[in-house]
Design a protein around this ligand. Sequence first.
Ligand code: PLP
Length: 380
Amino acid sequence: MTFRKRYTGLIDHYRDRLPVHDDTRIISLGEGNTPLIKLHNIPDTLEKDVDIYVKYEGLNPTGSFKDRGMTMAVTKAVEEGSKAIICASTGNTSASAAAYAARAGITAFVLIPDGKIAQGKLAQAMMEGAVVLQVNGNFDAGMRLVKEVAEHAPVTIVNSINPYRLQGQKTAAFEIIEELGRAPDYHCLPVGNAGNITAHWIGYSEYACADGDKVTDACAFCNGVCKFAGGSIVGARPKMVGYQASGSAPFMRGEMVDNPETVATAIRIGHPQSWDYAWKVREESDGWFDECTDEEILAAQKLLAEKEGIFCEPASAASLAGAMRDVNSGKIPENSCIVCTLTGHGLKDPDTAIKQSTRPVISIEAKMDQVKTAILDNLA
Ligand SMILES: *Cc1c(COP(=O)(O)O)cnc(C)c1O
């Protein structure tokens, strides 16, 4: 029998590319190493021939990509002696912060918007022992409070303005390149605060460097915490494409949006924290921003589940909804290799899923003839 080395999380795996020391106590739940799944059925429905892969980040320990950033942010907070962390959240950041704080034995304070949080996310934060503060306002209001309170109280902010978050999240790009053997032509993501699109660009840029371990462009993004500086980009990088929900699309409007609204609660953000970074990513990568309606987002979520068996939360489906439209319009050319990030798991938001399901639950009596009828009526 041969043994495979136990996977112990992304910091351990990419240690030489992340800002940790040999003796750093790593706070990990085995995050990262998520599946890159090639879509088989959806591409057949498109007007052009393309390869689409989805990076299923919903399979991280707390069900979203936030864990990649949180393992780094909490590891560094603990290293620096912090006893408490704080974040504003549309849900997934709070679930992740709560889990990693529990693991580290410190306190998590999470500020969530009134009412507009998916049930699964709230359940996680509550079970994992976070102090949950429900703010009478949206994410942006919570974020303002968090930035202010951190100046007066001994708490470390673990929102993506914490530069270690982006360092952890950049590892998703490493995994994609290592599995594909190349960078994709297009990388499509849903955009809220725009931290994740920025983090991916840092990751792709590091890999595309002349000597493999130095970057120039991307260092403008890391606030000086990354280990690399002084190289030049020689390898290929993808065009980065960010999709927003129409009711919550500051990058499309070219200005902040005060009352963002969308069914995709994870990207219901009107004042993105990584505003400047994201514009720079768009420019450097020659990519673009676009918007998807709630209807398009929900249709893509359902299509992924029905045609491929992959269940993601609404916000995640914006990446595929936008990519499909841009393939059909020719903006993304034939034969392209496309990666869409599925940022969070579908189980996070069961209410929205059940509400839009068109397959009714069929009630029957515990009798064979009724089962038989149901089978014969529903065989494809
Ligand atoms: C946080 C989150 C996003 C948005 O990511 P940003 O880095 O804020 O742009 C998208 N989808 C899900 C599921 C999220 O949890």
